[in-house]
Design a binder for this molecule. Structure first.
Ligand SMILES: *[C@@H]1O[C@H](CO)[C@@H](O)[C@H](O)[C@H]1NC(C)=O
Ligand SMILES: *[C@@H]1O[C@H](CO)[C@@H](O)[C@H](O)[C@H]1NC(C)=O
Ligand SMILES: *[C@@H]1O[C@H](CO)[C@@H](O)[C@H](O)[C@H]1NC(C)=O
Ligand SMILES: *[C@@H]1O[C@H](CO)[C@@H](O)[C@H](O)[C@H]1NC(C)=O
Ligand SMILES: *[C@@H]1O[C@H](CO)[C@@H](O)[C@H](O)[C@H]1NC(C)=O
Length: 386
């Protein structure tokens, strides 16, 4: 890489960073930057950029993606914003820009490495098991290597990195969901997919450890969602056996138990890392229960179109057809996305993401509480409090 040509910029950047860090009283931000790893739940445009020349264009690059908030597709798998967008906004930051965003990534303060379709594990793991990765096959390790490239522009040595990372909030995930999605949707049975969980959790743990070794001190690690409530899973695993469904939510029970199993192992791993690194704050973000509180009382949150049916998709009971994705010409599209939780079968709508982010920022779905950490920095409440 042409490191020498970047030196003037690095130098300029380093002096700016120092200035910001040495004058914390002049900023009401809880963190100076947000760094994000993950998949489509958090991708703010990496996959769109990476796949810009692909033919046919990926579904998330097509209208109506983005229609509710940005008025055009941004590469986000939503009609609008993602959970990470609401978190960034609430913490007083601009939206976290994708690392692959067209040339100005050296000057980014916050940076997003999440990619639609990304997996925790390497693609060799899936090849051995005959599982295809239909979208970009980018692993957590690949994202971490982009991160190291990015970091090399923040300074020459470990104390420079530490200074940058010390004041960052690092979001590790959600990641791992696709490792399971790809396997389940390609016919693997639950016993086999369940056997992946310890390896996926260990991989997430290794990345967290490496981030801590580089200097990260505040990390937030989300668990998996209740996948048994996802329109895509409800379609693929549709069954006449009523006992398989939760009678209050209509979600598939065994799939939700699967997600909880992943989350239990993940939390155990986080506890282990917390003990090794008591100086760090590792926040578990309980995406599962934050989403469940919406699925349990959808009307309370305005989801009168239903909690389980997708707003945009190829028709059928849950408006999901695996050969007609949202964005494709034959897909059907709801009139009022804000009355739906599910956008395209797999992802949340703008408004559902907003609620989940609110629960994380203001409620009890983060351990330790993200809100409390930021209150100590006297952060002023933003989007939700006025
Ligand atoms: C971002 O920076 C990396 C490292 O220099 C580079 O390889 C990549 O092409 C850049 N991406 C974009 C889209 O600017
Ligand atoms: C990942 O991408 C590479 C390069 O396009 C391809 O050769 C490989 O088969 C892909 N892996 C999987 C598991 O789909
Ligand atoms: C990195 O090292 C070079 C050469 O020693 C120096 O000119 C530059 O200012 C350093 N960069 C940073 C960010 O400290
Ligand atoms: C790291 O780089 C900074 C800025 O270039 C410099 O002030 C510091 O002395 C360096 N530290 C080490 C351990 O080399
Ligand atoms: C999915 O869409 C295709 C193409 O329109 C159609 O042929 C097929 O019957 C649909 N499948 C279901 C289950 O509705």
């Amino acid at each position: 890489m042409a490191v020498t040509s970047l030196l003037p910029k690095i130098f300029l950047f380093a002096s700016t960073t120092l200035l910001i860090i040495s004058t914390p009283a002049h900023t009401d931000k809880c963190f100076n930057s947000i760094i994000s790893f993950g998949d489509s739940i958090a991708d703010t445009g990496n996959a769109l950029h990476i796949s810009s020349k692909s033919n046919p264009p990926p579904f998330f690059s097509l209208y109506p993606y983005g229609e509710t908030f940005f008025n055009h597709p941004t590469g986000r798998c939503s009609d609008g914003r993602l959970i990470i967008d609401f978190i960034a906004e609430d913490l007083g930051h601009p939206f976290v820009e994708p690392f692959h965003s067209g040339g100005r990534n050296a000057s980014l303060e916050s940076v997003n490495f999440a990619v639609v379709g990304a997996t925790a594990l390497e693609d060799s793991f899936f090849i051995e098991r005959n599982i295809m990765l239909p979208l970009a096959n980018v692993s957590l390790l690949a994202q971490f290597s982009w991160f190291k490239q990015f970091l090399s522009k923040k300074g020459n040595n470990s104390s420079d990195y530490k200074r940058y990372l010390q004041t960052s909030l690092v979001l590790v995930g959600e990641i791992g969901g696709n490792d399971y999605n790809h396997a389940f949707f390609q016919g693997k049975n639950v016993a086999e997919v369940q056997s992946f969980v310890p390896k996926i959790v260990k991989t997430i743990g290794q990345t967290i450890n490496e981030l801590i070794n580089l200097g990260a001190v505040t990390l937030m690690v989300p668990g998996n969602f209740p996948i048994g409530c996802s329109a895509a899973y409800l379609t693929y695993f549709v069954s006449k056996n009523e006992e398989g469904y939760d009678s209050t939510t209509g979600c598939i029970k065994w799939l939700n138990r699967f997600a909880q199993y992943h989350n239990e192992l993940l939390q155990r791993e986080l506890n282990r890392i917390r003990q090794l690194h008591p100086e760090t704050t590792i926040i578990y973000a309980d995406y599962y229960n934050a989403a469940m509180s919406l699925y349990r009382c959808p009307e309370k949150y305005g989801f009168v179109g239903g909690a389980l049916k997708a707003c945009c998709g190829g028709g059928g009971l849950y408006n999901v057809n695996f050969s007609v994705q949202c964005g494709y010409p034959q897909s059907a599209h709801c009139v009022e996305p804000s009355s739906y939780m599910n956008w395209d079968g797999v992802h949340f709508t703008d408004v559902a993401s907003k609620w989940i982010a609110k629960f994380l920022l203001r409620g009890s779905y983060t351990t330790p509480r993200l809100g409390a950490i930021c209150d100590r920095h006297s952060i002023h409440a933003r989007i939700y409090d006025h």
